[in-house]
Design a protein around this ligand. Structure first.
Ligand code: C2E
Ligand code: CA
Ligand code: CA
Length: 554
């Protein structure tokens, strides 16, 4: 009998949805690294029902939140004593990543059982990234702020694009079972897995292969340098009671299982080809496969854009032929990779590629690609263009240097303040003029040397400027060494590091004491004049005028 909404409601009401735990292992050592929680419906009439039969109904009917709650509550209770550093991964439906309340629900459930959030991974599929992204990013950031890890699940399927890896701050990428399954027979599947692993590493992600069923798959994954594995080889999803024995079991070491060559079924299907290309072209990274003679076998569009040479002009040509000038600089890395060493994240600078931008800097990884017998058959190259970052770093450094120089040598008194107004740096003339010493420069301490009457208005003006990021123009009195008060005028502007993001405030201090006193005297005399005029008009004779206030003898 097909399962309908009423069945799912009843299952939840009767508290029949329970967690199963599937082990995840470190491929290199065979050691247990944690568990993935998978929902199971323990139906009194149907027996154990698997998620594909009820998750989509729960998603469509808005019951997925309750289902998650039921599974999580029980899962956390079962594993609250899971020894560190073993971790737990949970599945969250795409729709739930749009609920602002999700992070607090997860936190409450974990805290209730005393499970540390920094050992919890949230698995989401790429479909969570379709549509309006900001609400999803907000939830993801809240989860990250709580200490959780984020994993992208089923990677490589559907609309996969490596660009998605950068949409959220992912920590792990889980390579879909379909590729792992065919890896031993279909060369393209192996290429996809190799590409995802290489790229995952370039982007600093932990790679997890799903659906590992055989030793042969495990050893290929190991040779590709994949970090973790999960699948029937290491254990099927099991009830909570099995956790203790799984945790106690010694880590299995993966034997160098005799590997099978392609068995004739290894016809590259157009489908996987298309998928591989889609993954490649969506990558925020230049990618290439080189054979053992350092000839380009495949390159993606991004790499062609980086070299300024069309994709077609790479294929079949050696690296030396395509980039002769650069070749001497990268040859040592290529040779090391051919010898089997993974050369990760080397900075490569190339001069004169773009006339307008000058030097371009790339971060490049050269990973040896091996065949089933573990011999190196080529190199997988991944290139990230970091020129904009380098340029920004250089520009910032130059600005900071210029600024330091300007501050120190400028005859006028100047200051800088950080974005929230808490740290002030003043140059020697400013110290001389204002009396703001070292102890005055931190946490608005300078307010202390300001005339009590001027403190509040000054504070208000600074706060307003900081909040609205508009220019600052204030006048206040400071204590002078001879115990007098001196009027100063301070003007400043926020400097923006990037649109909308202010870096620092810069400003100057002028001694406006003379001017201010003249101004005051002028105002005083104006008031006095007006008063005298008024008095004369009214035929009234004051005896004394003190600062504009009439003191009458009467
Ligand atoms: P998934 O997150 O990709 O989970 C892995 C699935 O692969 C599980 O299926 C697991 O039993 C199965 N599997 C693991 N190792 C092997 C293997 O070596 N060979 C084969 N053939 N299969 C293997 P399961 O438990 O049926 O779950 C299916 C999907 O349902 C999960 O896929 C996940 O997307 C979803 N799901 C499970 N529990 C939850 C949950 O609590 N909430 C949500 N939103 N989705 C869940
Ligand atoms: Ca999963
Ligand atoms: Ca999966």
């Amino acid at each position: 009998m097909p399962i309908d909404t009423a069945d799912v409601i009843r299952a939840l009401e009767r508290d029949e949805v329970v967690p199963a735990f599937q082990p995840v292992v470190e491929l290199r050592t065979g050691r247990l690294s944690g568990f993935e929680v998978l929902a199971r419906w323990q139906s009194p009439t149907r027996g154990l029902v698997l998620p594909p039969n009820f998750i989509s109904i729960a998603e469509e009917t808005g019951l997925i939140g309750s289902l998650t709650h039921q599974v999580l509550r029980k899962a956390f209770r079962c594993i609250s004593t899971l020894p560190a550093p073993l971790s737990l991964a949970i599945n969250i439906s795409p729709i739930q990543m749009r609920y602002a309340s999700l992070p607090s629900q997860i936190r409450d459930a974990a805290e209730e059982a005393g499970f540390p959030l920094n050992r919890l991974t949230i698995e989401i599929t790429e479909s969570a990234l379709f549509g309006d992204l900001p609400p999803v990013q907000k939830v993801a950031m809240a989860l990250k702020d709580m200490g959780c890890r984020l994993a992208i699940d089923d990677f490589g399927t559907g609309y996969s694009s490596l660009a998605h890896l950068q949409a959220l701050p992912f920590d792990d990428v889980k390579i879909d079972r379909s590729f792992v399954e065919n890896m031993t027979t279909v060369r393209d599947s192996r290429k996809i897995v190799a590409a995802i692993v290489a790229l995952g590493h370039t982007l600093g992600l932990t790679t997890v292969a799903e659906g590992v069923e055989t030793e042969q798959q495990a050893s290929i994954l190991q040779s590709l340098d994949c970090d973790r594995g999960q699948g029937w080889l290491y254990g099927r999803p099991a009830p909570a009671e099995s956790i203790v024995s799984l945790v106690a079991a010694p880590g299995r070491t993966i034997s160098d299982a005799s590997s099978k060559q392609d068995d004739g079924r290894a016809v590259s299907s157009l489908d996987t080809h298309g998928q591989l290309q889609a993954i490649y072209d969506g990558a925020p990274v230049g990618l290439a496969f080189l054979d053992s003679n350092l000839r380009h076998v495949t390159v993606n569009r991004q790499l062609a854009e980086m070299t300024g040479i069309p994709v077609a002009d790479h294929n079949g040509k050696t690296v030396k032929e395509v980039v002769p000038k650069l070749y001497p600089a990268i040859e040592p890395y290529l040779l090391r990779a051919l010898k089997g060493e993974a050369v990760i994240n080397v900075e490569v600078a190339r001069v004169g590629l773009d006339n307008d931008e000058g030097t371009r800097t790339s971060l490049v990884s050269y990973l040896p690609a091996r065949d089933e017998t573990n011999s190196v058959i080529g190199i997988s190259v991944a290139i990230v263009d970091i020129s904009p970052r380098k340029r920004a770093e250089k520009a910032l450094h130059a600005i900071a240097e210029d600024h330091r120089f300007m501050l120190e040598t400028h005859p006028h008194a100047s200051w800088t303040m950080d974005a929230n107004g808490s740290n002030l740096v003043v140059n020697p003339p400013a110290v001389h003029m204002s009396g703001f010493g070292d102890d005055w420069t931190r946490n608005l301490g300078w307010l202390g040397s300001i005339h009590p009457v001027d403190q509040q208005p000054t504070m208000n003006a600074v706060r307003l400027a900081l909040r609205t990021k508009s220019s600052l123009d204030i006048q206040y009195r400071v204590h002078t060494v001879d115990g007098d008060w001196r009027w100063l005028r301070s003007r400043g502007e926020p400097r923006f590091a990037a649109p909308g993001k202010n870096q620092n405030w810069f400003g100057f201090i002028e001694d406006v004491d003379k001017h201010k006193r003249l101004e005051d005297a002028l105002i005083e005399s104006q008031i006095e004049t007006q008063f005298l005029l008024h008095a004369a008009q009214n035929n009234f004779q004051p005896h004394k005028v003190v600062k504009g206030i009439v003191v009458s003898d009467a």
